[in-house]
Write a protein that binds this ligand. Structure first.
Ligand SMILES: NC(=O)c1ccc[n+]([C@@H]2O[C@H](COP(=O)([O-])OP(=O)(O)OC[C@H]3O[C@@H](n4cnc5c(N)ncnc54)[C@H](OP(=O)(O)O)[C@@H]3O)[C@@H](O)[C@H]2O)c1
Length: 286
């Protein structure tokens, strides 16, 4: 098998690449910036320059590969998934694992885009696995500036809960399933161990860093202003608002046993993630 990893310089892709390397496999990585990939991996991977928004650039990058780990992001991701799958099939790739989202099941936020991407892959005739994680624990790094600056976390999620998942668990499940290809045609619905409210997550970070923190609810309008200030694209602002609103309405509190079924151990806890990332939340971390 030869593995092609897109999003290989990103949060999940780089963790998948790391695990493939540990398994003695030299993957091929797709990037728009060879230097960025070289800084991460040196000579340990085969670097191919290509852009998922430019299907012609994918053809040489995918040729000769057999299994594709496909990460696409943003409002155009469904069209990019469809184009990548088409190129993959044309050049002889036979298996595709798509990093999707559990939100496809509630048709919420980016889940709407991922559902269309999944459909393109399902209809391609290629062998596929969908990886459907809940929200990533690493999203909580977005709270670091307001925690450091004001001891504060603010969201519009109200008292709603979500079982965020550790990025390492996503990558470990992905790599396990990539190497064995034993979840063909299935969706791996993966979450963290426990659905927590944002106030509860704030309290857990507070306990880990040993500093008092406050959680404050904010309105949808305030949340919109926050996302706009982060320079998110308008479609992404709308997607993020709908995710927070769905959490508030109790629609995204699913907890699954899939990590345990796949890996034979439970998923990592939010506390464990907070401990690993404590320095980001402490004053003086920059
Ligand atoms: N955050 C969450 O809570 C959550 C939950 C469920 C699902 N998801 C899904 O997870 C995915 C994001 O994964 P992530 O956080 O690992 O991504 P990420 O850290 O944002 O990394 C994005 C990666 O995509 C690559 N990339 C971006 N545009 C590209 C293009 N036009 N052509 C080729 N490569 C491109 C970048 O590579 P280069 O810069 O090297 O080209 C980079 O490695 C999204 O589909 C999102 O919907 C996220």
């Amino acid at each position: 098998m030869s593995y092609i990893i897109t999003g290989a310089t990103g949060n999940i892709g780089r963790r998948v690449v790391g695990r493939l390397l540990e398994a003695g496999i030299r993957p091929r990585v797709l990037t728009r910036d060879a230097e960025k990939a070289r800084k991460s991996y040196g000579e340990h991977v085969d670097i191919r320059v290509g852009d998922l928004s430019d299907p012609a650039s994918l053809r040489p990058a995918f040729t000769g590969g057999s299994t594709l780990f496909l990460v696409n992001a943003g409002p155009d991701l469904a069209a990019r998934d469809a184009a990548a799958v088409q190129v993959a099939r044309a050049v002889g790739v036979t298996r595709v694992m798509k990093l999707s989202s559990l939100d496809v099941e509630q048709e919420v936020g980016t889940g709407v885009w991922h559902a269309r991407g999944e459909l393109a892959l399902r209809e391609s005739g290629l062998s596929f696995t969908f990886l459907r994680p809940s929200g990533f624990m690493s999203n909580a790094l977005g709270w670091a500036p307001s925690i450091r600056g004001a001891g504060l976390v603010r969201t519009s999620t109200g008292e709603g809960r979500i079982a965020l998942i550790h990025p390492d668990d996503i990558a470990e499940v992905a790599t396990h399933a990539l190497l064995r290809w034993d979840y063909e045609g299935q969706a791996l619905r993966i979450t963290g161990p426990e659905a927590l409210s944002y106030a509860e997550m704030t309290a857990r970070i507070s306990a880990v860093i040993g500093e008092p923190l406050v959680f404050q609810s904010m309105s949808d309008q305030e949340a919109r202003a926050l996302f706009v200030a982060r320079r998110e694209e308008p479609e992404m602002v709308a997607a993020l608002l709908s995710i927070w609103s769905a959490i508030r309405g109790g629609r995204l509190d699913t907890v699954t046993e899939t990590v345990r079924h796949v890996l034979g151990r439970g998923p990592r806890s939010f506390e464990a993630w907070a401990r690993e990332n404590a320095a980001s939340f402490r004053d003086g971390s920059g």
